[in-house]
Design a protein around this ligand. Structure first.
Ligand code: OAD
Length: 257
């Protein structure tokens, strides 16, 4: 079922980059953004919820929406795709995991030093002085009450009184410089790039596979639907990450033994 070339490349790879998007968390029950029926941007207004102007015009709406998403993530569990990526990192000399996701499911699956290009739901900060704000821990028993999106006034910064905003990168904002530079460097150096579960529609993250391909890495994509990466990936595996990734890795491991 898997091309021989893929198994050989996976077995021989010394330096792998895995670039993930919302699709890697879909099988954990976290909605993607652009899937036709279930994507968040099909149901919600991206201009209201994913840019600073939207937040400033209605902070309670935006803060409540991100709290709803954070609660959803807290209740979710890593799926076999997250777990396989963490396992793969132990099998190869170097693996850099770059994600556009703002959840922490990669970390909870055992991945370390994940490069979060778009920030984190779990690390809000002051909109004025940028101090980090530590969210109070949530009683897991109470999580069911946060099942609905609702308006919640954002907390205030204890240092300057500014509004606390979600710790995600919004449209029109720059990616965190250090993380972006690390992601570019890793993409230029890797011998294999695995693109998992991203539509490739958001830049500059979508440029990373092109950088990898330009410098000669082998590019593999896992996604049930076509994306712009189909034309640059040497291998396109059409299907769910939580099914294909564990199968591919188990073939590699059994061949090595
Ligand atoms: P999208 O919603 O744009 O794309 C999700 C991709 O995952 C689609 O191509 C789906 O076909 C694919 N997919 C769905 N289920 C899958 C599965 N089980 N296995 C593998 N793939 C699957 O999400 P992203 O590309 O991550 O920004 O979106 C990029 C950015 O746009 C996000 O980081 C977010 C959003 O606005 C921020 O949060 C700042």
């Amino acid at each position: 079922m898997f091309p021989e070339k893929l198994i050989n490349t996976l077995q021989q790879a010394q330096d792998i980059v895995v670039l993930t998007g919302a699709g890697v968390s879909a099988e954990s029950g976290i909605p993607t953004f652009r899937d036709a029926l279930t994507g968040l941007w099909q149901r919600y207004d991206v201009n209201q919820l994913a840019c600073e102007d939207g937040f400033l015009s209605d902070p309670a709406l935006v803060w409540g929406w991100y709290e709803w998403r954070r609660h959803r993530v807290l209740k979710a569990k890593p799926n076999p795709a997250h777990l396989t990526i963490a396992k793969l990192a132990k099998q190869v000399p170097k693996l850099t995991l770059i994600t556009q996701n703002v959840d922490d499911l990669h970390e909870r699956a055992g991945s370390h030093e994940v490069l979060h290009l778009h920030g984190s739901l779990h690390q809000p900060r002051c909109i004025a002085c940028e101090s980090l704000y530590y969210l109070p821990s949530i009683d897991m028993m109470q999580l069911t009450t946060a099942d609905q999106e609702c308006r919640i006034n954002p907390p205030r910064c204890s240092l300057c009184g500014g509004l606390i905003r979600p710790g995600v990168v919004w449209f029109g904002e720059a990616l965190p410089t250090k993380i972006w530079n690390q992601a570019v460097q890793a993409s230029l150096q890797c011998d294999l790039m695995l693109i998992v579960g991203t539509s490739g529609l958001v830049w500059p993250a979508a440029d990373l596979p092109y950088q990898a391909e330009k410098t000669g890495s082998f590019v593999v994509q896992i996604n049930p639907t076509l994306t712009s990466f189909n034309s640059i990936a040497q291998i396109n595996l059409a299907g769910k990450a939580g099914e294909l990734l564990p199968q591919a890795l188990s073939i590699c491991i059994s061949r090595k033994q």
